[in-house]
Design a protein around this ligand. Structure first.
Ligand code: GLN
Length: 455
């Protein structure tokens, strides 16, 4: 813990941590030493980790990188936080993300990182002029720069996979419902999932085994499927594995450097005994408009709880209750969050609901069906995580350009399928490239096995 704390402090300029507390971390580490000495250590005793700042924690402030929650302290821990602590993990602190997990560059955090006096973007450890990806950019940067051994992230439309890809680490989003959402600040509830980000598939398997499992009393969408030991399948051979390669993931818009690295990785899989099978995911492009209607719709509803009364920021001198709501929200939500709330309220409003929200839900169903058709011919699906390597800070200031960069991660999110990113090579500017693997429901063990064979 001391070693990692030192590294975290030495690399504050990356802006990854929003909260560190040496006393709490060292006390937790000492408790783990005692547990080890007493022969009562959990499976992850002493493993130093960080949590994305959308998981509520009692020991550290929780802000979702928003001014709305500056200084907020939760009276309880998220289920994922509790489970990792019970397994013996030691928490270093809380990690920056895009505000309320909305974004893919980690440039929208509105809370000052540790060691800085103003909000700042997280920087990619491989090139500090580039983004680490998002929204779990702090988690990815902290793992890549070895400030923690592993971190938690959340993935609504790619926020574990894309930063993992941009920072050259491994991350997995399990099947929707596998990991409890209790205590995870909600963005789009029908899509949000927690998952681990670490150096390898093996590390991810160790963490995911602890993070998953039913929590049906606290999370109405928690799957009643027993926790699994995801390390068990790691050693399995992949001889004869059928890897589906969707034509639509290699269409125009995919940068040549990424395509080259992904093609090389797929060749490597053939050498390991797998067969490549062309498959079709014909509605891949439609995942962008569908997702950017459904997720803001849910966000507009979820974020209505931040009203200046119950939590967080309250405006100074309201003239009446309406004014209190309006000013508190206008002052504390950043531009992207406000944009999404407005889009969401619009697509849910009378007269537009059928035209937008209902259509988007139908497309979502068709996308899920397309995957089931593809899985008739293959065991896992592989392709790029993102159309390019990590871009320069400020390069995706146009929201539409940023939304389009999510095209390869959104389909699996809309379908609720498990999906992961593993580092497979290097693209332009010597930046990492991640391969995305998508599995059928509850096939996390298989995905981690396939990733592990490569590593
Ligand atoms: N980039 C997507 C968005 O902004 C995904 C974010 C996420 O997965 N949390 O909504």
């Amino acid at each position: 813990a001391q070693h990692f704390l030192q590294r975290a402090k030495a690399q504050q300029a990356l802006g990854a941590f929003l909260a560190l507390d040496e006393d709490i971390t060292l006390a937790q580490a000492q408790a783990q030493d005692a547990a080890l000495a007493a022969g009562q250590a959990g499976p992850l005793a002493g493993v130093p980790i960080g949590h994305k700042d959308v998981f509520v924690t009692r020991d550290f402030p929780t802000t979702a990188s928003s001014r709305m929650l500056a200084g907020y302290r939760s009276p309880f821990d998220a289920t994922v936080v509790t489970r990792l602590a019970e397994a013996g993990c030691v928490t270093l602190g809380k990690l920056s993300c895009d505000e309320f997990a909305m974004g893919n560059g980690n440039e929208s955090a509105a809370i000052a990182p540790v060691g800085m006096d103003a909000p700042a973007p997280v920087r990619n450890p491989w090139d500090t002029q580039r983004v680490p990806g998002g929204s779990s950019g702090g988690s990815a940067a902290a793992v890549a720069a070895r400030m923690v051994a592993a971190a938690t992230g959340t993935d609504t439309g790619g926020s574990i996979r894309q930063p993992a890809s941009f920072c050259g680490i491994t991350g997995i989003k399990p099947t929707y419902g596998r990991a409890s959402r209790y205590g995870m600040i909600a963005y789009a509830s029908s899509l949000d999932q927690a998952g681990p980000m670490a150096h390898s598939a093996e590390d991810c398997a160790l963490l995911l085994s602890v993070m998953c499992g039913p929590d049906t009393e606290r999370d109405a969408t928690s799957l009643d499927v027993p926790a699994e030991n995801f390390t068990r399948q790691l050693g399995d051979s992949i001889e004869g594995l059928r890897i589906g390669v969707p034509a639509q993931f290699f269409a125009d818009g995919l940068a040549d450097d990424v395509r080259t690295a992904i093609d090389a990785a797929l060749k490597e899989y053939e050498k390991l005994g797998a067969t490549l099978v062309p498959v079709q995911l014909p509605r891949t492009q439609l995942s962008v408009p569908a997702y950017y209607i459904i997720s803001p719709a849910e966000a507009s509803s979820n974020l209505s709880r931040f009203d200046g009364v119950r939590y967080g920021h309250r405006t100074a001198n309201p003239v009446d209750l309406q004014d209190l709501y309006k000013k508190s929200r206008a002052e504390a939500f950043g531009d992207e969050v406000q944009r999404r709330i407005m889009i969401g309220a619009y697509v849910l409003s009378e007269g537009y609901y059928d035209a937008y929200y209902l259509q988007a839900q139908k497309i979502r169903r068709l996308i899920a069906n397309d995957f089931q058709a593809a899985f008739k011919d293959c065991d896992v699906i592989a392709g790029p995580v993102a159309p390019s390597v990590a871009w320069q800070l400020g390069d995706k200031a146009d929201p539409l350009a940023s939304y389009l960069a999510d095209v390869f991660t959104l389909p699996a999110s809309l379908a609720g399928l498990p999906a992961m990113s593993l580092p497979v090579g290097w693209g332009a500017h010597q930046m990492p490239v991640g391969l995305q693997l998508i599995g059928n429901y509850l096939q996390e063990g298989r995905l981690l096995n396939v990733a592990h064979r490569f590593q």
